[in-house]
Design a binder for this molecule. Structure first.
Ligand code: HEM
Length: 84
């Protein structure tokens, strides 16, 4: 529980502030209208989410992009591939 909540929150704050520092116009908009912080946090979670991958075990046979995934296979779902 501590790890799930601590790591994700710390990393979101860090990468969110860093994203705002890289995009000064967004930073200025937030400073001008601090009441939109809730929307900003949601957007930061989409834009710079701290969760990079999930592990799952396939319950049933599936095919993904032509690749066979037998039931019981360990699957690693990687998010944000191709992002700079
Ligand atoms: C930016 C903040 C957070 C993000 C992005 C986030 C993201 C996630 C994600 C994606 C999962 C699903 C993991 C999976 O299915 O494999 C998850 C599960 C979980 N998170 Fe968070 N989380 C955040 C904050 C927190 C906080 C603050 C707490 C607790 C104080 C917390 C506790 C948990 C727990 C206990 C689970 C497991 C739930 C279950 O399996 O039923 N998370 N979180």
């Amino acid at each position: 529980m501590a790890l799930a909540g601590h790591e994700t929150t710390c990393n979101t704050i860090g990468s969110g502030v860093y994203a705002l520092l890289r995009d000064r116009e967004q930073w200025r908009r937030l400073v001008r209208r601090p009441n939109v912080i809730t929307n900003a946090v949601e957007e930061i979670l989409r834009f710079e989410g701290p969760v990079l991958y999930h592990r799952r075990i396939a319950k049933v046979y599936a095919e993904i992009a032509g690749e066979a995934v037998p039931a019981g296979s360990k699957v690693l779902l990687c998010f944000r591939l191709g992002r700079p």
